[in-house]
Design a protein around this ligand. Structure first.
Ligand code: GDP
Ligand code: IMO
Ligand code: MG
Length: 432
């Protein structure tokens, strides 16, 4: 297929960044279509690590076009800081290789502050989500509430005045509720003026750009952030992010028609992790959970928080295969399982004495489900850096085959270390 959508099939941090970077060699354009700098993607290229949050992972490859679509919420300060960090590593981000949708929503400092105030207040009432405190939720609320400031508004100062007034009326009422000082009109105008000059040269009509490229036959790679279980509709609500993370959003969040999306590649970790609060049926709080966390370096790229770890949950991923229309998966971090005596895979749950093979939608039921496991023999040999099937021990292959069978999707790529090239290609998503 010409195009490919990369989505996380679990709760994020599946290794999307590494796989997007690897695949971007075969693509012309890499497009982010939802989320913001709540995402944290680590790429390792020849031993050098690159950390990306808002910029599409394709930006590190010379000659590739990176695009931030309308579905993304853009914090201009975070954008400028990230471009600065990359420049220090020798990666040039210029209006030649990065385009940002004119109709993308901006995250302002008042969004970040509101996110933090809500999380602080919630920690006393037990309703904390454990957000990244980046202002993602409040910015999407303003977008849906039709009072957001968008990238294009930076170019029209006169119209901006009224828009700032409108957003402040809303936010200052909220801030009074938290006992926080009100934000002054001139402060927001100053904030926006200070970044306008840097951001505006990147502004574009992304739907037109993508339409032109599609007609030319360019290969477009869509890079999802977060994971399907963090989707605002299909995830473990309310412990989710504020955007649709499933593959369908690649169309709405970029302005390209769904018929052109192509191969849907679900990035899937060989075990399960989640950051922040919320249900996690296969969570391990014992020494095996600790082993996975230490061996897998499971610390958040954005907030540095320890990720919760657990066994592979095939019921969840099977659900993601359905909600995304996953064609094939990239199975990552298989190497982290090396050395474990035995491995468990969750194949379904018990809920109030009944067997079910999906995660129920209600929060109360999600908290009550008990995983049903099958047990597989582990392997002693190292799979770190394996680049062919022949280098994998028989038990590791058995594990992979079992995963494929249980989730109902084939493995297209297999990743065996953080390094770009430690990747086994089974099916090329762009050729399939
Ligand atoms: P993303 O948010 O989905 O892009 O994933 P993150 O980058 O937040 O987290 C994945 C982490 O695992 C990163 O530190 C990667 O460098 C690392 N990683 C990716 N693939 C593999 C793999 O196959 N094996 C190991 N050991 N680490 C990997
Ligand atoms: P990548 O792209 C893992 C989680 C937060 C929190 C919830 C809501 O690196 O996979 P938010 O700040 O989005 O309102 O927080 O979502 N979360 C992620 N967890 N990986 C991510 O991104 C995440 N982005 C948000 O921890 O539980
Ligand atoms: Mg991440």
């Amino acid at each position: 297929m010409t195009n490919c959508v990369v989505v996380g099939s679990q709760w994020g941090d599946e290794g999307k960044g590494k796989i997007v970077d690897w695949l971007s060699e075969r693509a012309d354009i890499v497009v982010r279509y939802q989320g913001g700098h709540n995402a944290g993607h680590t790429l390792v290229i020849d031993g050098v690590s690159y950390k990306l949050s808002l910029l599409p992972s394709g930006v590190v490859r010379p000659g590739k076009m990176a695009v931030i679509g309308n579905g993304v919420v853009v914090d201009p300060h975070a954008l400028i800081a990230e471009m600065g960090r990359l420049a220090a590593q020798g990666v040039k981000v210029t209006p030649e290789n990065l385009r940002i949708a004119e109709n993308a929503t901006l995250i302002l400092s008042l969004h970040r502050e509101l996110d933090g105030m809500r999380e602080d207040a919630a920690s006393n009432s037990g309703t904390k989500i454990g957000t990244t405190r980046r202002g993602i939720g409040p910015a999407y609320e303003d977008k849906v509430g039709r009072r957001a400031i968008r990238v294009m508004d930076l170019a029209d100062r006169d119209a901006l005045e009224a828009k700032v007034e409108r957003i402040l009326t809303h936010h200052n009422a909220l801030r009074r509720g938290f006992g926080a000082p009100e934000v002054e009109h001139k402060d927001i105008m100053e904030e926006l003026t200070s970044i306008a000059e840097t951001v505006l040269p990147f502004m574009d009509s992304v739907w037109q750009l993508l339409d032109k490229e599609r007609r030319k036959g360019s290969r477009i790679l869509f890079e999802g952030a977060q994971g399907s279980l963090l989707d605002i509709d299909h995830g473990t609500y309310p412990f989710v992010t504020s955007s649709n993370t499933v593959a369908g959003q690649a169309a709405a969040g970029s302005g390209m028609g769904p018929g052109s999306l192509g191969y849907i590649l679900g990035i899937t970790k060989a075990y399960t992790t989640r950051v922040g609060e919320g249900p996690f049926p296969t969570e391990l709080t014992d020494e095996i959970g600790q082993f996975l966390g230490e061996k897998g370096h499971e610390f958040g790229t954005v907030t540095g928080r320890k990720r919760r770890c657990g066994w592979f949950d095939a019921a969840l991923v099977r659900q993601s295969v359905a909600t995304n229309g996953i064609t094939g998966i990239a199975l990552t971090k298989l190497d982290v399982l090396d050395g474990l005596e035995e491995l468990k895979i969750c194949v379904g749950y018990m809920l109030d004495g009944q067997k079910i093979d999906y995660l129920p939608a209600s929060q109360a039921a999600q908290a009550r489900v008990e995983p049903i496991y099958i047990t597989l023999e582990g392997w002693k040999e190292s799979t770190v850096g394996a680049r062919t099937w022949a280098e994998l021990p028989a038990q590791a292959i058995k594990y992979v085959r079992q995963v494929e069978e249980l989730i109902g999707a084939p493995v297209a790529l297999l990743s065996t270390s953080p390094e770009r090239d430690d990747t086994i290609l089974v099916t090329d998503p762009f050729e399939d």
